[in-house]
Design a protein around this ligand. Structure first.
Ligand SMILES: Cc1ncc(COP(=O)(O)O)c(C=O)c1O
Length: 419
Protein backbone atom coordinates (compact mmCIF):
# COMPACT_ATOMS: atom_id res chain seq x y z
CA UNK A 1 0.00 0.00 0.00
CA UNK A 2 1.25 3.48 -0.78
CA UNK A 3 2.60 5.34 2.21
CA UNK A 4 0.26 8.05 3.53
CA UNK A 5 2.77 9.76 5.83
CA UNK A 6 1.81 11.28 9.17
CA UNK A 7 -0.37 14.22 10.09
CA UNK A 8 0.90 17.56 8.96
CA UNK A 9 2.18 18.76 12.30
CA UNK A 10 4.85 21.44 11.97
CA UNK A 11 7.04 21.89 15.04
CA UNK A 12 6.29 25.10 16.95
CA UNK A 13 8.85 27.70 15.95
CA UNK A 14 9.45 31.32 16.80
CA UNK A 15 10.33 32.80 13.41
CA UNK A 16 12.84 35.59 13.99
CA UNK A 17 14.55 35.53 10.61
CA UNK A 18 14.06 37.91 7.68
CA UNK A 19 10.66 36.36 6.82
CA UNK A 20 8.36 34.58 6.67
CA UNK A 21 7.36 35.25 10.25
CA UNK A 22 4.66 33.82 12.49
CA UNK A 23 1.18 34.48 11.14
CA UNK A 24 -1.36 36.24 13.33
CA UNK A 25 -3.88 33.57 14.43
CA UNK A 26 -6.70 35.84 13.28
CA UNK A 27 -5.26 35.67 9.76
CA UNK A 28 -5.09 31.88 9.98
CA UNK A 29 -8.70 31.89 11.12
CA UNK A 30 -9.70 34.07 8.16
CA UNK A 31 -8.04 31.56 5.83
CA UNK A 32 -10.27 28.78 7.09
CA UNK A 33 -13.46 30.58 6.01
CA UNK A 34 -15.58 28.86 3.34
CA UNK A 35 -14.98 29.31 -0.39
CA UNK A 36 -17.19 31.64 -2.37
CA UNK A 37 -17.59 31.79 -6.13
CA UNK A 38 -15.32 34.50 -7.45
CA UNK A 39 -18.19 36.57 -8.84
CA UNK A 40 -20.49 36.04 -5.86
CA UNK A 41 -21.45 39.55 -4.73
CA UNK A 42 -20.25 38.64 -1.23
CA UNK A 43 -16.82 37.85 -2.64
CA UNK A 44 -16.57 40.85 -4.95
CA UNK A 45 -17.51 42.98 -1.95
CA UNK A 46 -14.52 41.51 -0.10
CA UNK A 47 -12.35 42.34 -3.12
CA UNK A 48 -13.53 45.96 -3.02
CA UNK A 49 -12.98 46.13 0.73
CA UNK A 50 -9.46 44.77 0.27
CA UNK A 51 -8.74 47.51 -2.28
CA UNK A 52 -9.94 50.15 0.15
CA UNK A 53 -7.83 48.70 3.00
CA UNK A 54 -4.77 48.64 0.73
CA UNK A 55 -5.23 52.33 -0.11
CA UNK A 56 -5.09 53.12 3.60
CA UNK A 57 -2.08 50.87 4.13
CA UNK A 58 -0.21 52.46 1.24
CA UNK A 59 -1.37 55.97 2.19
CA UNK A 60 -2.65 56.55 -1.31
CA UNK A 61 -5.73 57.57 -3.23
CA UNK A 62 -4.73 55.25 -6.08
CA UNK A 63 -7.83 53.51 -7.36
CA UNK A 64 -5.70 50.61 -8.55
CA UNK A 65 -4.54 49.11 -5.29
CA UNK A 66 -5.13 45.36 -5.36
CA UNK A 67 -3.60 41.90 -4.97
CA UNK A 68 -1.50 39.93 -7.40
CA UNK A 69 -1.67 36.21 -6.62
CA UNK A 70 1.74 34.74 -5.84
CA UNK A 71 4.59 35.62 -3.50
CA UNK A 72 6.09 39.09 -3.39
CA UNK A 73 7.98 38.63 -6.61
CA UNK A 74 4.68 38.11 -8.41
CA UNK A 75 3.87 41.76 -7.67
CA UNK A 76 7.36 42.81 -8.83
CA UNK A 77 7.02 40.87 -12.08
CA UNK A 78 3.49 42.12 -12.75
CA UNK A 79 4.57 45.74 -12.41
CA UNK A 80 7.83 45.44 -14.32
CA UNK A 81 6.51 43.31 -17.17
CA UNK A 82 3.53 45.63 -17.58
CA UNK A 83 5.68 48.77 -17.50
CA UNK A 84 8.67 47.69 -19.54
CA UNK A 85 8.52 47.55 -23.31
CA UNK A 86 11.53 45.66 -24.67
CA UNK A 87 14.41 48.08 -25.13
CA UNK A 88 13.31 50.49 -22.38
CA UNK A 89 16.11 51.70 -20.17
CA UNK A 90 15.69 50.76 -16.49
CA UNK A 91 17.97 52.05 -13.74
CA UNK A 92 18.37 49.85 -10.65
CA UNK A 93 20.32 51.36 -7.74
CA UNK A 94 21.45 48.12 -6.15
CA UNK A 95 22.41 47.82 -2.48
CA UNK A 96 21.66 44.15 -1.78
CA UNK A 97 20.30 40.88 -3.04
CA UNK A 98 16.93 42.25 -4.02
CA UNK A 99 18.43 44.94 -6.24
CA UNK A 100 19.90 42.05 -8.21
CA UNK A 101 16.42 40.51 -8.34
CA UNK A 102 14.85 43.70 -9.74
CA UNK A 103 17.63 43.95 -12.33
CA UNK A 104 17.19 40.30 -13.29
CA UNK A 105 13.43 40.59 -13.68
CA UNK A 106 13.84 43.78 -15.73
CA UNK A 107 16.37 41.97 -17.93
CA UNK A 108 13.91 39.13 -18.53
CA UNK A 109 11.43 41.81 -19.63
CA UNK A 110 14.10 42.71 -22.24
CA UNK A 111 14.91 46.07 -20.67
CA UNK A 112 18.23 47.77 -21.20
CA UNK A 113 19.23 47.57 -17.51
CA UNK A 114 21.78 49.83 -15.88
CA UNK A 115 22.71 49.12 -12.26
CA UNK A 116 24.32 51.46 -9.79
CA UNK A 117 26.09 49.35 -7.19
CA UNK A 118 26.95 50.12 -3.58
CA UNK A 119 28.77 48.24 -0.90
CA UNK A 120 26.31 46.09 1.08
CA UNK A 121 25.43 47.78 4.37
CA UNK A 122 25.07 51.25 2.85
CA UNK A 123 22.36 53.08 0.86
CA UNK A 124 22.26 55.77 -1.83
CA UNK A 125 22.01 59.52 -1.42
CA UNK A 126 19.36 61.27 -3.53
CA UNK A 127 22.18 63.12 -5.33
CA UNK A 128 23.80 59.87 -6.40
CA UNK A 129 20.51 58.70 -7.84
CA UNK A 130 19.84 62.00 -9.61
CA UNK A 131 23.31 62.03 -11.13
CA UNK A 132 22.77 58.50 -12.47
CA UNK A 133 19.35 59.47 -13.85
CA UNK A 134 20.88 62.45 -15.66
CA UNK A 135 23.60 60.26 -17.09
CA UNK A 136 21.54 57.26 -18.16
CA UNK A 137 18.12 58.85 -18.82
CA UNK A 138 16.10 55.75 -17.83
CA UNK A 139 12.39 55.39 -18.43
CA UNK A 140 11.93 53.49 -15.13
CA UNK A 141 13.76 53.66 -11.80
CA UNK A 142 13.37 50.41 -9.83
CA UNK A 143 14.43 50.57 -6.20
CA UNK A 144 14.14 48.35 -3.14
CA UNK A 145 12.93 50.08 0.03
CA UNK A 146 14.16 47.68 2.73
CA UNK A 147 16.63 45.05 1.54
CA UNK A 148 16.47 42.20 4.05
CA UNK A 149 19.78 40.82 2.73
CA UNK A 150 21.68 43.78 4.17
CA UNK A 151 19.05 45.03 6.68
CA UNK A 152 19.33 48.52 5.15
CA UNK A 153 16.40 50.80 4.27
CA UNK A 154 16.83 53.20 1.37
CA UNK A 155 15.27 56.61 2.21
CA UNK A 156 12.68 57.30 -0.49
CA UNK A 157 11.27 60.69 0.41
CA UNK A 158 13.23 62.86 -2.07
CA UNK A 159 13.53 60.38 -4.90
CA UNK A 160 9.97 60.72 -6.19
CA UNK A 161 10.52 64.43 -6.85
CA UNK A 162 13.75 63.66 -8.69
CA UNK A 163 11.91 61.14 -10.88
CA UNK A 164 9.15 63.61 -11.70
CA UNK A 165 11.72 66.27 -12.64
CA UNK A 166 13.30 63.89 -15.12
CA UNK A 167 10.08 62.21 -16.28
CA UNK A 168 11.06 58.80 -14.92
CA UNK A 169 8.54 56.25 -13.61
CA UNK A 170 9.43 55.28 -10.06
CA UNK A 171 8.80 51.68 -8.92
CA UNK A 172 9.52 50.57 -5.32
CA UNK A 173 9.76 47.07 -3.86
CA UNK A 174 8.39 47.50 -0.33
CA UNK A 175 8.05 43.77 0.38
CA UNK A 176 10.03 43.86 3.57
CA UNK A 177 8.91 47.20 4.99
CA UNK A 178 5.17 47.60 4.31
CA UNK A 179 3.39 47.67 7.67
CA UNK A 180 6.66 48.05 9.60
CA UNK A 181 7.99 51.30 8.17
CA UNK A 182 6.23 54.20 6.52
CA UNK A 183 5.53 53.77 2.80
CA UNK A 184 3.81 57.08 1.98
CA UNK A 185 2.96 56.42 -1.65
CA UNK A 186 1.26 59.72 -2.55
CA UNK A 187 3.41 62.07 -0.43
CA UNK A 188 6.62 60.52 -1.73
CA UNK A 189 5.38 60.32 -5.33
CA UNK A 190 5.93 56.59 -5.72
CA UNK A 191 4.33 55.57 -9.03
CA UNK A 192 4.14 51.82 -8.42
CA UNK A 193 4.79 49.79 -5.29
CA UNK A 194 4.57 46.10 -4.51
CA UNK A 195 4.93 44.00 -1.36
CA UNK A 196 4.22 40.61 0.20
CA UNK A 197 2.21 39.51 3.23
CA UNK A 198 4.82 37.43 5.01
CA UNK A 199 6.80 40.11 6.80
CA UNK A 200 5.41 43.06 8.75
CA UNK A 201 1.84 42.24 7.69
CA UNK A 202 1.85 38.97 9.69
CA UNK A 203 0.35 36.92 6.88
CA UNK A 204 1.53 33.87 4.95
CA UNK A 205 3.52 34.21 1.72
CA UNK A 206 1.38 33.93 -1.39
CA UNK A 207 -0.30 37.25 -2.06
CA UNK A 208 1.27 40.48 -3.27
CA UNK A 209 -0.46 43.80 -2.53
CA UNK A 210 0.36 46.40 -5.18
CA UNK A 211 -0.61 49.98 -5.92
CA UNK A 212 -0.16 51.92 -9.18
CA UNK A 213 -0.99 55.52 -10.04
CA UNK A 214 -2.22 57.09 -13.28
CA UNK A 215 1.29 57.45 -14.72
CA UNK A 216 1.51 53.67 -14.69
CA UNK A 217 -2.13 53.07 -15.62
CA UNK A 218 -1.61 55.15 -18.78
CA UNK A 219 1.28 52.92 -19.84
CA UNK A 220 -0.74 49.78 -19.13
CA UNK A 221 -3.84 51.05 -20.97
CA UNK A 222 -1.79 51.81 -24.06
CA UNK A 223 -0.78 48.12 -24.09
CA UNK A 224 -4.28 46.75 -23.54
CA UNK A 225 -5.07 43.33 -24.84
CA UNK A 226 -7.63 40.75 -23.71
CA UNK A 227 -7.28 37.04 -24.47
CA UNK A 228 -9.59 35.91 -27.24
CA UNK A 229 -11.94 33.62 -25.28
CA UNK A 230 -13.07 36.39 -22.93
CA UNK A 231 -12.67 39.48 -25.13
CA UNK A 232 -15.82 41.66 -25.34
CA UNK A 233 -17.00 42.46 -28.90
CA UNK A 234 -16.52 46.19 -28.45
CA UNK A 235 -12.99 45.86 -27.03
CA UNK A 236 -10.37 48.17 -28.52
CA UNK A 237 -6.74 47.01 -28.36
CA UNK A 238 -4.07 49.40 -27.20
CA UNK A 239 -1.61 50.54 -29.85
CA UNK A 240 1.56 50.00 -27.80
CA UNK A 241 3.26 46.56 -27.75
CA UNK A 242 1.40 43.80 -25.90
CA UNK A 243 2.49 42.95 -22.32
CA UNK A 244 4.71 39.84 -22.43
CA UNK A 245 2.83 37.90 -19.72
CA UNK A 246 -0.80 36.84 -19.53
CA UNK A 247 -0.90 36.06 -15.79
CA UNK A 248 0.82 39.32 -14.85
CA UNK A 249 -0.88 41.59 -17.40
CA UNK A 250 -1.94 44.49 -15.17
CA UNK A 251 -4.49 45.60 -17.77
CA UNK A 252 -6.41 42.33 -17.48
CA UNK A 253 -5.92 42.29 -13.70
CA UNK A 254 -7.42 45.78 -13.51
CA UNK A 255 -10.39 44.59 -15.55
CA UNK A 256 -10.76 41.68 -13.14
CA UNK A 257 -10.63 43.91 -10.04
CA UNK A 258 -12.73 46.65 -11.69
CA UNK A 259 -16.42 46.88 -12.57
CA UNK A 260 -16.16 44.80 -15.72
CA UNK A 261 -15.02 41.78 -13.62
CA UNK A 262 -13.20 40.20 -16.53
CA UNK A 263 -13.01 36.45 -15.95
CA UNK A 264 -9.20 36.45 -16.07
CA UNK A 265 -7.97 34.06 -13.34
CA UNK A 266 -9.62 32.44 -10.34
CA UNK A 267 -8.77 34.65 -7.40
CA UNK A 268 -6.87 32.79 -4.66
CA UNK A 269 -9.84 32.95 -2.31
CA UNK A 270 -8.15 31.98 0.96
CA UNK A 271 -5.20 34.30 0.24
CA UNK A 272 -7.61 37.17 -0.32
CA UNK A 273 -9.20 36.42 3.04
CA UNK A 274 -5.72 36.38 4.57
CA UNK A 275 -4.67 39.66 2.96
CA UNK A 276 -7.90 41.41 3.92
CA UNK A 277 -7.54 40.32 7.54
CA UNK A 278 -3.79 41.01 7.75
CA UNK A 279 -4.17 44.54 6.44
CA UNK A 280 -7.28 45.18 8.52
CA UNK A 281 -5.37 44.22 11.69
CA UNK A 282 -2.47 46.57 10.90
CA UNK A 283 -4.90 49.41 10.28
CA UNK A 284 -6.83 48.59 13.46
CA UNK A 285 -3.59 48.87 15.42
CA UNK A 286 -2.90 52.16 13.64
CA UNK A 287 -0.11 52.54 11.08
CA UNK A 288 1.94 54.89 13.22
CA UNK A 289 1.53 52.63 16.28
CA UNK A 290 2.67 49.70 14.20
CA UNK A 291 5.77 51.55 12.98
CA UNK A 292 6.53 52.62 16.57
CA UNK A 293 6.24 49.02 17.77
CA UNK A 294 8.79 47.94 15.15
CA UNK A 295 11.15 50.83 15.98
CA UNK A 296 11.00 50.03 19.68
CA UNK A 297 11.75 46.35 19.13
CA UNK A 298 14.67 47.32 16.92
CA UNK A 299 16.04 49.61 19.62
CA UNK A 300 15.64 46.91 22.27
CA UNK A 301 17.22 44.25 20.06
CA UNK A 302 20.18 46.42 19.05
CA UNK A 303 20.75 47.54 22.66
CA UNK A 304 20.64 43.95 23.83
CA UNK A 305 23.04 42.71 21.17
CA UNK A 306 25.47 45.56 21.81
CA UNK A 307 25.35 44.92 25.57
CA UNK A 308 26.36 41.33 24.82
CA UNK A 309 29.48 42.66 23.10
CA UNK A 310 28.27 41.91 19.58
CA UNK A 311 28.83 44.20 16.63
CA UNK A 312 25.88 45.38 14.54
CA UNK A 313 26.16 45.22 10.76
CA UNK A 314 25.79 48.18 8.41
CA UNK A 315 25.12 51.88 8.56
CA UNK A 316 22.86 52.07 11.61
CA UNK A 317 21.33 55.41 10.52
CA UNK A 318 19.65 53.58 7.67
CA UNK A 319 18.85 50.31 9.38
CA UNK A 320 15.44 48.75 8.72
CA UNK A 321 13.18 48.86 11.78
CA UNK A 322 12.28 45.20 11.44
CA UNK A 323 15.53 43.33 10.78
CA UNK A 324 18.89 43.58 12.52
CA UNK A 325 22.21 42.42 11.09
CA UNK A 326 24.70 41.08 13.63
CA UNK A 327 28.34 40.35 12.84
CA UNK A 328 29.21 36.73 13.69
CA UNK A 329 32.09 36.99 16.19
CA UNK A 330 35.51 35.70 15.12
CA UNK A 331 36.03 32.01 15.88
CA UNK A 332 32.30 31.36 16.28
CA UNK A 333 30.62 28.92 13.91
CA UNK A 334 27.57 30.91 12.84
CA UNK A 335 25.70 27.85 11.57
CA UNK A 336 26.29 25.98 14.84
CA UNK A 337 24.69 28.89 16.72
CA UNK A 338 21.72 28.98 14.36
CA UNK A 339 21.29 25.24 14.62
CA UNK A 340 21.30 25.34 18.42
CA UNK A 341 18.84 28.25 18.42
CA UNK A 342 16.51 26.19 16.22
CA UNK A 343 16.85 22.76 17.77
CA UNK A 344 17.22 23.64 21.44
CA UNK A 345 15.09 26.77 21.61
CA UNK A 346 12.76 26.50 18.61
CA UNK A 347 13.89 29.95 17.40
CA UNK A 348 14.81 30.60 13.78
CA UNK A 349 17.24 33.41 13.00
CA UNK A 350 18.49 34.18 9.51
CA UNK A 351 21.68 33.34 7.72
CA UNK A 352 23.02 35.55 4.92
CA UNK A 353 24.25 35.31 1.35
CA UNK A 354 26.42 36.91 -1.30
CA UNK A 355 29.29 38.95 0.14
CA UNK A 356 27.83 38.55 3.63
CA UNK A 357 27.70 34.75 3.57
CA UNK A 358 29.00 33.39 6.89
CA UNK A 359 29.62 36.93 8.15
CA UNK A 360 26.31 38.07 9.66
CA UNK A 361 23.09 36.75 11.17
CA UNK A 362 19.86 38.54 10.46
CA UNK A 363 17.34 38.75 13.28
CA UNK A 364 13.82 39.77 12.38
CA UNK A 365 11.30 41.45 14.65
CA UNK A 366 8.40 41.73 12.27
CA UNK A 367 4.65 41.78 12.37
CA UNK A 368 3.02 39.46 14.87
CA UNK A 369 6.44 38.32 16.13
CA UNK A 370 7.54 41.88 16.91
CA UNK A 371 6.88 41.90 20.66
CA UNK A 372 8.79 42.43 23.85
CA UNK A 373 8.63 38.82 25.04
CA UNK A 374 10.07 37.53 21.77
CA UNK A 375 12.94 40.02 21.79
CA UNK A 376 13.81 38.98 25.35
CA UNK A 377 13.54 35.25 24.71
CA UNK A 378 15.65 35.52 21.56
CA UNK A 379 18.43 37.48 23.30
CA UNK A 380 18.44 35.10 26.24
CA UNK A 381 18.65 32.04 23.97
CA UNK A 382 21.36 33.66 21.87
CA UNK A 383 23.47 34.31 24.96
CA UNK A 384 23.34 30.61 25.87
CA UNK A 385 24.02 29.39 22.34
CA UNK A 386 26.96 31.77 21.95
CA UNK A 387 28.42 30.56 25.26
CA UNK A 388 28.21 26.96 24.04
CA UNK A 389 29.93 28.01 20.82
CA UNK A 390 32.83 29.78 22.53
CA UNK A 391 31.67 33.39 22.89
CA UNK A 392 31.06 34.65 26.41
CA UNK A 393 29.13 37.75 27.36
CA UNK A 394 28.12 39.01 30.79
CA UNK A 395 25.21 36.86 31.96
CA UNK A 396 21.89 38.61 31.46
CA UNK A 397 23.46 41.74 29.92
CA UNK A 398 21.52 41.45 26.64
CA UNK A 399 18.09 40.86 28.12
CA UNK A 400 18.64 43.51 30.81
CA UNK A 401 19.54 46.12 28.19
CA UNK A 402 16.53 45.23 26.04
CA UNK A 403 14.21 45.22 29.02
CA UNK A 404 15.51 48.65 30.01
CA UNK A 405 14.58 50.00 26.56
CA UNK A 406 11.04 48.67 26.95
CA UNK A 407 10.78 49.96 30.53
CA UNK A 408 12.01 53.41 29.52
CA UNK A 409 9.73 53.74 26.55
CA UNK A 410 6.37 55.28 26.84
CA UNK A 411 5.12 52.46 24.68
CA UNK A 412 2.78 53.99 22.10
CA UNK A 413 1.44 50.61 21.15
CA UNK A 414 -2.22 49.79 21.36
CA UNK A 415 -1.81 46.57 23.30
CA UNK A 416 -5.37 45.48 22.64
CA UNK A 417 -4.73 45.37 18.93
CA UNK A 418 -1.84 42.93 19.09
CA UNK A 419 -2.41 40.80 22.17
C1 LIG B 1 12.83 43.19 -0.47
C2 LIG B 1 12.32 41.87 -0.96
N1 LIG B 1 11.89 41.78 -2.23
C3 LIG B 1 11.42 40.63 -2.73
C4 LIG B 1 11.38 39.48 -1.98
C5 LIG B 1 10.90 38.21 -2.63
O1 LIG B 1 9.75 37.80 -2.04
P1 LIG B 1 9.09 36.36 -2.32
O2 LIG B 1 10.06 35.37 -1.81
O3 LIG B 1 7.84 36.45 -1.49
O4 LIG B 1 8.80 36.23 -3.76
C6 LIG B 1 11.80 39.53 -0.64
C7 LIG B 1 11.77 38.32 0.20
O5 LIG B 1 12.44 38.19 1.19
C8 LIG B 1 12.29 40.75 -0.12
O6 LIG B 1 12.72 40.86 1.14
Amino acid sequence: MAELFGDLNPPPRLLMGPGPVGVDPRVLRAMSMPMLGQFDPAFTAYMNETMELLRQLYRTKNRWSFLVDGTARAGIEAILVSLITPGDKVLVPNFGRFGFLLAEIAQRCRADVVTLDREWGTVFTPDEIETAIKKHKPRVLALVHGDTSTTMAQPLKDIGDICRRHDVIFYVDATATLGGMNVAVDDWKLDAVSAGLQKCLSGPPGSSPITINDRVVDVVKARRHIEAGIRPDDFVEGNAPIIQSNYFDLGMLMDYWGESRLNHHTEATSMLYAAREAVRLVLAEGLDNCFARHRLASEAMTSGLTAMGLELFGDQKNKMANVTGVVIPANVDGEAVRSMMLHDFGIEIGTSFGPLRGKIWRIGTMGYVCRKENVLVCLSALETCLRHCGFRSQAGAGTDAALAVYRDAEVPVKKAAIS
